[in-house]
Ligand binder design. Sequence first.
Ligand code: WAQ
Ligand code: MG
Length: 265
Amino acid sequence: MDSRLISLRMRASLCGHHLCGAERIVAEGEVVAATTTMVTRAMQGAGALPDEVHCSLERLDPASIRLVSLPDVATFEVSDWQSGRRLAKQLLTRAGVSLEAASFALELLAAGPGPDGTVMRGAVIMNARTGERLETDAGRGVRVSRMDLEASVRPAIESMLAAAGLGHHRVAEALVLAAKVLSAPGIVAEVCWSDDPAYITGYVADPQYGYQRITALKESGDPRGGRVFFVDPEMTLDTLSDYLEFRPVLCNALGRISPPTFWSE
Ligand code: WAQ
Ligand code: MG
């Protein structure tokens, strides 16, 4: 492995509202190109022009990097977002989240989980049994950082995803994020849908069944979205957020990709 890897992080905002962010781990020689791509995304891809873009670069200690596999990928086609949310609830309860916590999480994402219905920069951390929110700042949440595909497997993974019709950069990025989340201590499951009004596919991820895409989790045009990480009630928040934010993780293998199946109730 390259011993001189750099963590790159970007987040863009407008009037204090989160617009978009990105996380990479790259070799020194890639830093300029990868930073340019990130800033281009911030300036062109967020739907609105940001008034603040923060980029940070940090050299990683190679000994601290953990290698993990990407989760298996399944896709459930649903007829509409209402049906998608019912499926999400079923997948979450199958993963060990209480019905109460699962329902509350979906209501929270639907309403906008940040203060006054805004989008958060990071994720909600939720007690998987009681539904209690544990993150200390409900505007920021916990941001998963310092993760990427390992450079040597990137081309193979990207072409496998593209061959399965999953070539959109959002999929690879969400898979990498979910892989890190699923490798964290005390994680029971994750649910996510984008804040991009045009992107309505979201997912539920859990350690046993992997990354389960649901083709509609919100109505097209809805600018709300977010992530909820459900945790074991015994877990200590500091240990989890320290892992999610700071421990560098590279994904070096892809799991199985199943063909889409239609889910009917
Ligand atoms: N850590 C924690 N939470 C994050 C992070 C992060 N690094 N990045 C984004 N979020 C939260 C934040 O609240 C965003 O508003 C929300 O997630 C959605 O982020 O077809 O594109 O980047 O398989 O808009 C999933 C489905 C797409 C992809 C998810 O999310 C597929 C997506 P977005
Ligand atoms: Mg977004």
